[in-house]
Design a protein around this ligand. Structure first.
Ligand code: A2P
Length: 285
């Protein structure tokens, strides 16, 4: 891994460059706090923001852009199609809504948020095929620069690939010490996808781990920085979330140290009580 700073990029299978750390917005409030956190992120140097229709904070991104003066084309923006929009028409209309809220004319990366919505449990394959068709059309029209999936496991990927004309470029999954989805990881990579890591700090649980505290002393870096660096060194694109300016800034400072191989393996096995990734075929939404 030879990333030198937060402007370093992963290259997607279609050639699009994606800044190697993204500002995660799951559980970021949809009010002024959300706007302020995006502004802090832009100020700290993040050039990649990860939101979703379901987070209800896309408009915070739009508002932060209006206030920040940062150029739209300098920032990579991801949003995700929610479970209530898994049809051709609903992708198109909800995408238009997203663009309005984000105050932009295009999105850099559009993902299917979950493969198997509760309401479609008996026909998720057909619904994903139709959803993907609409996303391919948005891609071909230049309204999104890349398309991908999130929370997909092997059987969801296989089903999607039966009808997809354009293969997904990204799979965004839960990934942090103690939560490694080896099969999804290997399969996604074998199909050319970049893996993105949500909850890279175990939604904060890693911060309480005694093992991580010892490593923090050893490397003279914060636990959060070690988790983020560990994700990067595993070839994942981490998406840390914070609403706290000092932490937002701290989470980008992960390019001046390296975790050795023994510790990489050790960290992988640390059990800090982080919840496993939800079973996408059983989520209650
Ligand atoms: P907050 O948003 O109040 O700053 P994850 O990215 O795994 O979902 O973790 C997000 C959680 O971790 C949030 O509760 C966030 O708190 C907290 N967090 C994020 N960055 C740091 C950090 N550098 N130090 C301590 N806690 C952090």
């Amino acid at each position: 891994m030879d990333f030198k700073d937060q402007n370093s990029t992963f290259r997607l299978s279609n050639g699009v460059e994606i800044p190697c750390i993204g500002f995660g917005m799951w559980q970021t409030p949809s009010d002024e706090v959300g706007v302020a956190s995006v502004l802090s992120a832009l100020e700290a140097g993040y050039r990649h923001i990860d939101t979703a229709q379901a987070y209800r904070n896309e408009q915070c991104v739009g508002e932060a852009f209006r206030r920040s003066g940062v150029k739209r084309e300098d920032v990579f923006i991801t949003t995700k199609i929610w479970n209530d929009a898994h049809s051709y028409d609903l992708v198109m209309s909800s995408f238009d809504e997203s663009l309005k809220k984000l105050d932009t004319s295009y999105v850099d990366l559009l993902l299917i948020h979950w493969p198997n919505p509760q309401a479609l449990r008996d026909r998720w394959q057909a619904a994903n095929a139709e959803t993907w068709k609409a996303m391919e059309e948005l891609y071909r029209a230049g309204r999104v620069r890349a398309i991908g999936i999130s929370n997909f496991r092997k059987h969801h990927i296989d089903a999607l690939l039966e009808t997809a004309e354009i293969p997904p470029m990204v799979n965004q999954i839960k990934h942090c010490p103690g939560v490694i989805q080896t099969e999804v990881e290997e399969y996604s990579r074998s199909k050319g996808m970049l893996l993105e890591a949500y909850s890279p700090l175990g939604t904060g649980r890693m911060l309480e781990s005694e093992e991580m505290k010892a490593l923090s002393e050893k490397y003279d870096r914060s636990i959060a920085q070690i988790c983020i660096r560990w994700g990067l060194q595993r070839g994942y694109l981490p998406l840390p979330k914070s609403i706290t300016p000092s932490r937002i800034e701290e989470n980008l400072r992960v390019f001046d140290f390296e975790i050795d191989e023994d510790d990489m393996n050790y960290i992988a096995g640390i059990d800090a009580g982080v919840r496993n990734a939800s079973n996408p075929d059983a989520v209650p939404f």
